[in-house]
Ligand binder design. Structure first.
Ligand code: NZQ
Ligand code: ZN
Length: 392
């Protein structure tokens, strides 16, 4: 097991009706004025936003609002939020929504706590020295941003999707009521489940040995999400299934399943981020579309690991050699994606990238030839191009 630090400062308030505690939770933070940040309308239609306003009113907390966050959240709205918060003297941001809203809130927080252009952090030019405190009311189990140190923003100038990670961006509290996720379209529920599984799979695929505890947690987490994702395809109002998936979403990306690993692979995420930036696809669906291609491309670099995954997670019968078992596991995962109506290739996403666009994806993903990605097998620009091409 590798040395590690495990830091999860977010207070989790989980269960039915917990959003009623919002005003109290914000008051505990001792702030003067709150920005309520939300997306493109689901929280208005569900009545959640109104309930949050009431809770803040009851606690005597002044607030301003900024809606309009879209999936693959845009930098332009982040700039708008920063200006609004400066004008209104906001000192706390409450994100009501999913990963996109939370990430946009974190970016606004970085922009307020640091001088200069906030994009510099996402562009890898500087590191943040602070972030305005953030609270979360989660409405979709997926990105895990409610407990993660990450934020992913899309810059419309070049359609670059970039992530930035810092412990300053960890939410102070996360309200998680599984009932709030029952209004999700089936596609978003499934896409979220894929993302949750992938946050653990990215960490699982590493070259470490002696990972008994972390492997056990990871394997069980992925199996639990698969089981409950299937239930939710026919029973969207099943509270227990919603609850299992929601809790898995946070545990999958708060660092737990990476304890003792060498950090994990993350190539699938990097490959997907460019797809999301260029074609605006749902993040989890984009991951499902590239994963099989990535797995086939790299499995020979760690056949034992892929075979262990195949047997312990996908439940396949082992073959006499690891590569054959690994391949069965990859196919079984693709079957699962199909079962929950997720894509297994880029065409399934409804897009057909041209040859030039495949090259552009690889250019952007390699930061124009300036970096490699992945740890199971280091991938350069040509490898990335091949994986995109095989995934097409
Ligand atoms: O905008 P609204 O109207 O709220 O609609 C959203 C959106 O269209 C809808 N939705 C959310 N909750 C709902 C609902 N619709 C009905 N009922 C509800 N209860 O779902 C759609 C997707 O929302 P979004 O916030 O985009 O989903 P998700 O949580 O999957 O976030 C995706 C973003 O997070 C990034 C992704 O790259 C993507 O940009 N990620 C962030 C990470 C992090 N910060 O740690 C890690 C992830 O790997 C990921 O990269
Ligand atoms: Zn993800």
């Amino acid at each position: 097991m590798e040395n590690f630090q495990y830091y999860t400062p977010t207070k989790v308030v989980f269960g039915r009706g917990t959003e009623e505690q919002t005003g109290q939770l914000v008051r505990e933070q001792g702030c003067r004025k709150v920005l309520v940040h939300y997306g493109s309308g689901s929280v208005v239609r569900s009545g959640l936003l109104e309930r949050v306003y009431h809770s803040l009113d009851d606690a005597g907390i002044p607030y301003v609002s900024l809606g309009g966050v879209v999936p693959n959240p845009r930098l332009s709205l982040v700039y708008e939020g920063i200006e609004l918060c400066k004008k209104e003297n906001v000192d706390f941001i409450l994100a009501v929504g999913g990963g996109s809203v939370i990430d946009s809130a974190k970016a606004i927080g970085y922009g307020l706590a640091n001088d200069g252009d906030v994009w510099d952090f996402y562009d890898g030019k500087r590191t943040a020295q602070g972030c305005l405190p953030i609270g979360v009311i989660l409405t979709i189990a997926a990105a895990g941003s409610e407990m993660s140190d990450s934020s992913v923003i899309t810059n419309e100038n070049g359609w670059l999707k970039r992530g930035y990670s810092s412990n300053y961006g960890r939410a102070r509290f996360a309200v998680m009521n599984p009932e709030l996720t029952m209004t999700l379209p089936k596609y978003q529920t499934a896409s979220g489940c894929v993302d949750i599984m992938m946050h653990t799979m990215e960490r699982y695929f590493n070259h470490c040995s002696n990972m008994e505890m972390t492997d056990g947690i990871s394997e069980h987490l992925i199996r639990t999400v698969m089981k409950n994702a299937k239930i939710l395809m026919t029973e969207p109002d099943n509270y227990d299934a919603r609850a299992e998936v929601m809790w898995a979403g946070s545990l999958s990306h708060n660092g737990l399943t990476g304890c003792g690993t060498d950090g994990g692979d993350w190539a699938s995420h990097q490959l997907e981020h460019e797809l999301g930036g260029m074609f605006d696809v749902a993040h989890g669906a984009g991951l499902a579309a590239v994963w099989g291609s990535w797995a086939r491309y790299v499995m020979d670099a760690a056949p034992q690991r892929f075979a262990k995954f195949a047997v312990n997670v996908m439940g396949v019968e082992p073959e006499t050699d690891d590569s054959a078992t690994a391949l069965k596991g990859i196919r079984a995962m693709e079957d699962f994606y199909r079962e929950i109506d997720m894509p297994v290739c880029i065409r399934d996403l409804g897009i057909e990238p041209s040859e030039d666009q495949l090259q552009e994806l690889a250019e952007k993903c390699s930061h124009f030839g300036g970096r490699t990605i992945g740890c199971i097998k280091k991938l350069d620009k040509e490898d990335m191009y091949q994986i995109y091409k095989n995934a097409r």
